[in-house]
Ligand binder design. Structure first.
Ligand code: DAH
Length: 487
């Protein structure tokens, strides 16, 4: 099975763009909960209630949220006028006009596991459900990991033939310049109803709608046939002509989004540098797998010498439409990460900048929401010095885990727990965390790990004392929360 997995770190030019939009960084193990106390293995409280955005939620041993994460809920960057995420949303929306398309921009991020996973056909053992990858309020309630969590509900409400949902989504993940535990996605869908098209002929109706879309001259590579019997099967409820027509409408609509974004990026580049020469725009369609579409694809853009994955999409599984009470409707859906597009559009080099309230960042986008034709590239303000600190520790040997209690051994250790601890303490002052060493002691079988943390503020120079202060707290928390032994 293939997820829209995020790419490995890539070359500097594209590093900023290496965001993921898929369920990534998967591992099938679950964190062991401590049976001896009221705390789970990352040290958070495991019973009682928490208040999130003014509402109480019961919590249990699955709870793994920190205030650091829940405080992002109120920010709603995708609807803040003049914020680059909001500007990017508006540009994409402009390619999907009303009344065919309705926009939903205010869905609350706390959803059930039924909405986030089950309604989309994720199997019970899907790694994306792991507590190391997903933020759980309690066993049945999560911070949505993708905007697809709302698909079934919006299909059920059946308010329009097409819709776009833009929202904040949450995933436990690595720390670097292109990954942040909160980011934004846009989900889109377009359906046709068998009872509402002429002669019930969906394929002809869709082809007619394709004719009405603007043309473009971008180079598109699409070497595979629309369906493949094993990898990308036609659904039994669809005729080949229907699936082909829907796929063609989907692909053409999304290609127009790419053209829209890149012509605006080009105009901004030319206004910054009249001698700017760009390479011709090129995209390609790649076969993909999602539990909720078939056939499915990813769209990649050739950008600064690399193919960049920007979105996932496909023909909506008929089972989803049926369960949503719309058995006569069929159509397409897509999901795109807004940070990745915004970083590309504005040349924003570090994902933390989106959360900055510093006027040197926000001030650069003033007035743009009111006039999307005036886009300007982001001009980086000074780059402050990096401050690297290492932390090395032993995990417990696997055999010593029998006693219960806190303490990560090689099996139940997960890197995302280190990331979370570092984020909780350093917040946006941490630019990057990388594993620099790993070995297993030949005699004791114990595993040793070393992580390098780069403390660098986007807004000011950190003193060494400040960085040491953060680092001491990180070291302490690793011992207290993961039970590791510092070296
Ligand atoms: N939800 C997917 C993700 O986050 C993205 C996606 C893929 C959305 C395909 C869709 C789709 O609607 O059809 O990885």
């Amino acid at each position: 099975m293939r997820h829209l997995a995020r790419k490995q770190r890539v070359s500097t030019g594209t590093e900023a763009l290496a965001l993921f939009i898929g369920l990534s960084n998967v591992s099938s193990r679950k964190l062991g909960a401590c049976t001896q106390c009221r705390y789970n293995s990352t040290g958070t409280k495991a019973s009682g209630t928490v208040n999130i955005d003014g509402k109480p939620y019961p919590i249990d041993q699955w709870h793994n949220l920190s205030p650091n994460i829940t405080s992002a809920i109120s920010r709603k960057l995708h609807v803040q006028a003049d914020h680059p995420i909001s500007i990017t949303r508006a540009i994409i929306e402009s390619r999907f006009p009303g009344p065919t398309f309705k926009y939903h921009n205010n869905f609350f991020p706390i959803v059930s596991t039924q909405q986030n996973f089950d309604s989309l056909g994720f199997p019970a053992d899907h790694p994306g459900r792991s507590k190391t990858d997903t933020y759980y309020v309690n066993q049945e309630t999560v911070l949505r990991t993708h905007t697809s969590a709302h698909q079934a509900d919006v299909f059920r409400a059946n308010e329009s033939e097409g819709w776009l949902i833009s929202a904040d989504v949450y995933r436990r993940d690595a720390i670097d310049r292109s990954h942040y535990p909160v980011f934004h996605q846009m989900e889109g869908a377009r359906v046709w109803d068998r009872t509402r098209v002429a002669n019930g002929d969906i394929a002809t109706a869709v082809l007619k709608d394709i004719e009405a879309l603007p043309k473009h001259s971008m180079k598109v590579e699409d070497p595979n046939p629309p369906t493949h019997p094993e990898r990308n099967p036609l659904q039994k409820e669809h005729s080949l002509a229907e699936a082909e027509a829907i796929a063609a409408h989907l692909k053409h609509s999304l290609e127009l989004v790419v053209v829209e974004i890149f012509s605006r990026a080009k105009a901004a580049a030319i206004s910054a540098n009249p001698d700017y020469v760009d390479e011709p725009l090129k995209v390609r369609w790649i076969e993909a797998y999602f539990p909720f579409t078939s056939p499915s694809w990813e769209l990649e853009i050739f950008w600064q010498g690399d193919w960049l994955e920007v979105l996932g999409c496909g023909v909506v599984k008929q089972d989803i439409m049926e369960k949503a009470g719309q058995p006569r409707q069929l159509g397409w859906a897509f999901g795109v990460g807004l940070e990745r597009i915004a970083m590309l559009l504005f040349e924003i080099p570090d994902i933390r900048l989106f959360w900055s309230k510093d006027d040197r960042f926000v001030g650069q986008f003033k007035g743009l929401s009111a006039n999307l034709d005036n886009l300007r590239r982001f001009v980086p303000f000074s780059k402050f010095p990096a401050c690297y600190k290492d932390v090395a520790f032993w995990l417990r040997s696997s055999s010593s885990s029998a006693g219960g209690g806190l303490g990560a051994n090689s099996q139940d250790f997960h890197e995302n727990d280190v990331m979370e601890i570092v984020r909780d303490i350093g917040g946006d002052v941490v630019e990057d965390v990388t594993k620099v060493d790993e070995f297993t002691h030949p005699k004791t079988g114990r595993k040793s790990l070393c992580y390098r943390i780069n403390y660098r503020s986007l807004e000011r120079t950190l003193t060494n004392e400040e960085a040491n202060g953060y680092h001491d707290q990180v070291r302490k928390a690793l011992v207290e929360k993961l039970g590791v032994e510092l070296r």
